[in-house]
Write a protein that binds this ligand. Sequence first.
Ligand SMILES: NC(=O)c1ccc[n+]([C@@H]2O[C@H](COP(=O)([O-])OP(=O)(O)OC[C@H]3O[C@@H](n4cnc5c(N)ncnc54)[C@H](O)[C@@H]3O)[C@@H](O)[C@H]2O)c1
Length: 396
Amino acid sequence: MRVAIIGQGYVGLTIAVGAAGAGHVVIGFDVNKNLVSQLNSGISHIEGVSDSKLKGFLSSDTYTGTTDASSINGCDVIVIAVPTPLTESREPDLSYVHAAVELIQNNVRGPTLIINESTSYPGTLRKEIAARITSVNHLYASSPERVDPGNTQWGTKNTPRLIGGLSPEAVSKAKEFYSSFCDTVIEVSSPEVAEAAKIFENTFRQVNIALVNEFAQIADALGISGREVLDAAATKPYGFMEFNPGPGVGGHCIPVDPTYLAYVANEVGVPATFIKRANEVNLAMPAYVVKRVIAGAGGSVKGKSVVVVGVSYKANVADTRETPAASVIDLLREAGASVTWHDPLVGSWRGESSTELGACDVAVVVTKHEVVSVADIKKSSYVFDCTGSITGADGI
Ligand SMILES: NC(=O)c1ccc[n+]([C@@H]2O[C@H](COP(=O)([O-])OP(=O)(O)OC[C@H]3O[C@@H](n4cnc5c(N)ncnc54)[C@H](O)[C@@H]3O)[C@@H](O)[C@H]2O)c1
């Protein structure tokens, strides 16, 4: 099949490579010119796609990056994989999805299977995509992406894929497409079910992370180790799933997607109280971390050198979107600390660069990448660990 993928970020490039690997001819469309020329010279920007793999597909002409909108015409399948963030007032921002819709409306002249992989609330495919494309009678399916960047065990091939479509023909063609590079394809009765399943999965994580974050604070106040309690509870072989506390949640999914569900819940008059409370708890974690750091560092960090270790939102990835490290750093600076940060995967961020680990007064470990040495972290006089990976350190 000839496949166009709109958006070449974490999701779009991952699918592009999956489809190219199955022998499809893939056009990776993106509005970011620098990104496209980087991809066309064989440089991948995501952990799960190696440069050598990308170069292989480029040289066999099974993958081409482009900013030329007209090249999405004449494809068998078009996949939408654009950002779905929140606005400043924390409401769903579908402007990127609408821009992709406009692109299809203006450039695609024959019936095509349009698949949405961008995460959004139930009703998006039907009302925000299909209803807005009036030029051609396309087929429409929803297959929300479940990729977990950096996860070496679960990827596009072995993570089961949900598909819901606006017609049986759309479902059947979408199944044919995904079956060519995914082991398990599961049909659900409507696109709304597929869309809702994806945001419920992320809401499940958001709420459970908030629960353990709150529990970590209770355990600390009780003078017991929250992590030891959670490990002990996890010995129960049924009815329990372990989540770990941390400095807050980051990335494109967990801090954002539940708010899409809360938005539609509100529209239909059923307030999503768990999501609201979980957001409050998770967003308050950086302040809790800084409060604990100040207490652990002798009551003040004023004038002290503090290094924040790991500024991406999770271990072994370079993604800094919505990272709680930003608030941790800002709050430490407000408390008078002289703050630097160390993250070899990120390198530069917010106009600052990663510094080498040395003998600081305090090290606050927000994210622990495998490549960062514990011995180097321990050069600091006091270590506060938000990850549970540094033996003997204070932390949550
Ligand atoms: N990152 C994840 O782990 C993950 C996992 C599952 C689902 N998702 C969802 O997938 C979607 C995409 O997320 P992502 O992480 O790939 O985002 P991303 O920011 O990594 O990539 C999005 C890409 O889309 C491009 N883009 C923006 N507007 C465009 C337009 N009008 N036309 C063409 N390209 C455009 C951007 O330049 C960018 O390269 C979101 O809805 C997200 O919630 C993300």
